[in-house]
Design a protein around this ligand. Sequence first.
Ligand SMILES: C[S@@+](CC[C@H](N)C(=O)[O-])C[C@H]1O[C@@H](n2cnc3c(N)ncnc32)[C@H](O)[C@@H]1O
Length: 248
Amino acid sequence: MKKNSHATVASAHDKDLSRNVESAPSSYFDAVYRRSANPWRYGSDYESEKLRILLDTLPDQRYAEALEIGCGPGVTSAALAQRCNILTATDCSEVALDLARTHCRALHGLTFIRMRVPKDLPRQARYDLVVFSEVGYYLNAVDLAATVDGLAMVSVDRGTVALVHWLNESGDHRTSGQEVYNAFTTHPAFTPITGQTAERHGNRYRVDVLRRIPRLALTGTLQRGVRIRGIIHGKASGGDRRRLRNGP
Ligand SMILES: C[S@@+](CC[C@H](N)C(=O)[O-])C[C@H]1O[C@@H](n2cnc3c(N)ncnc32)[C@H](O)[C@@H]1O
């Protein structure tokens, strides 16, 4: 995420982090938020523009039930709440959640709960919108793959998954923003709908919208003998992908 704030955060914690081995622990983020209630500099040009692009790019005006992963102090959550009947905003850091509850105390239809991905993800499909903004690069490759699988599980058929990724490097990232994006777009349950890249004061980032391919369509693909990855996931060809995107 933001170049300057990240450099500070990383240098203060490098010795606590086993880069490319363990995903960043929740205690790391608790410490970050104890040191500053606004470590990512919400209100900056970068953060404001990023949020505006995310909101503009969501394909529907309203969502029935949304899930936000890694909500931080609740700035994105407050904006999303205006578009959702029910929003469950989650983070692995209790300190972040306390800040978020305070920030959003006047809003309705919004619940904050502690959830660490991938281990705490629910298993039932119920969300027509999942927002995954600037979280994935704190996960190692195994946890990232399990998280993408888990988000495929909780998304309803044709549900929307919105991704935001900073594309610069940071000392506390386990994977790059581009690698996180690739983990979603190469997953058989997701197909990209829109995507754009932007740059603000040297911060390069991308905002993408994916659609959850209907489960029945995937099953049909499997029955026709397409190579299988996992239990329900078919790796579809280009033609299959087009058919899956448009429905059976
Ligand atoms: C860089 S902040 C992004 C906050 C917000 N989503 C945004 O885009 O501005 C990353 C957030 O992800 C949370 N986080 C990191 N790893 C997580 C995990 N494994 N599960 C849930 N939340 C996590 C951190 O606590 C932190 O609040």
